[in-house]
Design a protein around this ligand. Sequence first.
Ligand code: GLU
Length: 417
Amino acid sequence: MAKESLFEGALRQFNKAADLLKLDGGMREVLSTHKRELTVHFPVKMDDGSVRVFTGYRFQHNITRGPAKGGIRYHPNVSEDEIKTLSFLMTWKCAVAGIPFGGSKGGIKVDPTELSESELERLSRRYFSEISIIVGPTEDVPAPDVNTNGKIMSWFLDTYSMNVGHSTLGIVTGKPLELGGSLGRSEATGRGVSIIANEASKYFLGDEIKGKTVAVQGFGNVGSFTALILEQTYGAKVVAISDITGGYYNPEGINVKEAFDYATANKSLEGYNKAQKITNEELLELDVDVLIPAALERAITAENADKVRAKIIVEAANGPTTPEADEILNSKGIKIVPDFLSNSGGVTVSYFEWVQGLYSYFWDLENVRSALEKIMKGAFKDSVDMLEEQKTDMRTASYMVAINKVATATRLRGIFP
Ligand code: GLU
């Protein structure tokens, strides 16, 4: 049997919720079909004078509730299937958080570590010009994702602004502060994951996450801020962290601030010696209260799901659990908070940034943090209410909340003409 694509897997989970909602065939087709799918092949001049052709994507899944919204990633494994799936998830992420956006995603198939700074800039600017035919501040608003950051957002903003003839703050989010970024945006996804992890601990384990053991897989923007905030703000005991160089385990608790500073200074955790070295696989199988996969998709699969011993999984990456693994974990009674709920803090603060840019008035950090907390707690509660009403799993409950919102908006608008 051919391996199920990422999108087929996501659709299977969507359909489980759609069945419970008794969504009719037409509506189901509308909500599971992408609005626009753009693939671009474009040339980039390399520093040695040669030319290379790269492939990029921008997919918009749904724009019923507002402009499309979603990050752009640079990774050698970027594929049409991945971008299609992640743009689909963005629709549900924005809906479950209740922010007025649809879903999109973009990416370039490239290993950015092989490029010089100037090659990276030419690649970014050319890609953004290519997708400019469908993005815009009221059409589709990109943001950082895997291997992209504020510097790349600045080039995107400049490329777009040069073409329209004026600075357009609303074209991207995740910008540097000096260029219309929002306070609290870089930490936002990790802060949101931490808020959700604490809510999940209270709901599923009966108590705050304070003192509970946590393992975080991945130490990029999301994983590092999640570990740091869980330790510093919520008093959790982070016993393991990891990155591409492997896992780092200390049953007494890792000093996350120290590891964070180490990784910032050394660009990875390689050589961090205040913990026992383990593998990424071993980290996923640790006996902890809360496991947080914060790296890439397909970390927990049918092969390792049976070995997972955590009580709760809070998905911080997009798509870290395959549908088969999901079923195994559910049958073991492990509670899973789905990606599009737990990591919606990033796009939520992106929304705040977009709003601030549109009216050119900027909020202070306390304002951003308290507005984020309110949205995350509200989204968690909506899913829990659905969970109790439907007696299903958390992913299906969150899907039901999100699908309901987009289906209702679609019904209210009607079908044109
Ligand atoms: N890339 C992030 C995500 O997957 C943020 C998207 C955004 O801010 O638009 O949620």
